[in-house]
Design a protein around this ligand. Structure first.
Ligand code: CP3
Length: 344
């Protein structure tokens, strides 16, 4: 089996730097768009045989070193009582967003083995289909990012409602994030029991906070998820966008590996999180649209900054954009595999 990804998560030497891409299954792939003509995103997630098919789509063509479960961060909203859908061109939309303490109290805990059985079944089927070809990554959301969608009811630029809620109703905020921490811990453990071999915890929007607020309002809840899942024994990746200012705090909350974006050099970020952690990143997804020489130089620069130290997983700093030509990702994979090696 190709275990470069798992070895790098444990900071063991590898024959070549492992690489996978956030949103490697998605709209930039013609095979995905063809399926989306027949099924909505939620339908793809709800039917294990379709979710398996989509998860596998990028593996043959771009030869990445890990598969990531095809699902969505917001699926757990439904069983907790938050009704949502995806609106074309706008993203997620929650019909009954959280606006006060009473809304928080109404959220229902759930058993993921019953309410999200289709996701767990997708994982089990995927392990069988993959047959050890590459490891399977499961995932879930961290409290701030989940709270932002639950409170805003959709995407946001400034997280004004979320922050106002946090400052004005701190008790309800902590109840909400404590609730998210509990349900995500159960859900992530259930994913490992079903066969997930690593987990990525997405706190995509935590970078909207300053250090003090992150430490006060978010860190303890995120830490509870990491502590609660630690016993499952699989590598844990902690990812956020625009986290340069809070990176030490984010790393303190947990993760064997920390995912970073392109806003700072990989070497600098690695110094901040410490050499006892692995690092994942950090190519700007927009650089994939640059002329070939420029792109390959940027990818090479990241490998130079990793400097052959064990524990680097090559990825983008955020997801693949829908306009991308899939062939470009294959060129990056080939370069990373050729040039990236650890001395160990
Ligand atoms: O290949 C993979 O990365 C696995 C699948 C995956 C999806 N969503 C499928 C998806 C993963 C890991 C996610 C996580 C997710 N979902 C996050 C965290 C990661 C991040 O991007 O920061 C967030 C914030 C969400 C919520 C979400 N889902 C939004 C805001 C959107 C709309 C924006 C967009 O890109 O369209 C989605 C839709 C979504 N989830 C798509 C996919 C492939 C777009 C697909 C479509 O419309 O067909």
């Amino acid at each position: 089996m190709n275990d470069r990804f798992l070895r790098a998560c444990r900071r063991e030497p590898v024959d070549a730097t492992p690489v996978w891409f956030m949103r490697q299954a998605g709209r930039y792939l013609p095979q995905y768009r063809a399926l989306r003509e027949k099924y909505s995103l939620l339908e793809l997630c709800a039917h294990p045989e379709l979710a398996v098919q989509v998860t596998l789509q990028p593996l043959d063509t771009i030869e990445v070193d890990a598969a990531i479960l095809f699902s969505d961060l917001l699926l757990p909203f439904t069983p907790m009582g938050l009704r949502f859908d995806f609106v074309k061109g706008e993203g997620p939309s929650v019909e009954n967003p959280i606006r006060n303490a009473a809304d928080v109290e109404r959220l229902s805990p759930f058993d993921p083995r019953a309410s999200l059985a289709h996701v767990l079944e997708t994982i089990t089927l995927l392990r069988r289909e993959l047959a050890g070809r590459v490891p399977l990554i499961g995932f879930g959301g961290a409290p701030f990012t989940l709270a932002a969608y639950a409170i805003e009811g959709g995407p946001s630029r400034d997280y004004l409602r979320t922050k106002t809620f946090m400052y004005a109703q701190p008790q309800a905020w902590h109840r909400l994030c404590g609730f998210f921490a509990d349900v995500m811990t159960n859900y992530l453990r259930a994913q490992v029991a079903a066969g997930a071999q690593a987990l990525q915890i997405f706190d995509s929007w935590a970078g909207a906070l300053g250090r003090g607020d992150y430490r006060e309002f978010v860190l303890p809840h995120t830490k509870r998820i990491f502590d609660g899942v630690a016993g499952s024994g699989v590598p844990l990746i902690h990812f956020g966008v625009g986290t340069t200012a809070i990176l030490a705090d984010l790393a303190e909350a947990g993760g064997h590996v920390v995912g970073v974006d392109w806003r700072q050099g990989l070497d600098e970020a690695w110094r901040t999180i410490g050499s006892e952690r692995g690092i994942q990143g950090n190519l700007d997804p927009a650089v994939l649209f640059a002329p070939r020489d420029r792109l390959l130089a940027a990818a090479d620069d990241i490998l130079q900054r990793a400097a052959g130290r064990p524990g680097h997983i090559f990825n983008l700093g955020h997801g693949v954009l829908p306009e991308l030509d899939p062939g470009v990702l294959k060129q990056v994979v080939d370069l990373v595999h050729e040039e990236g090696r650890t001395d160990g």
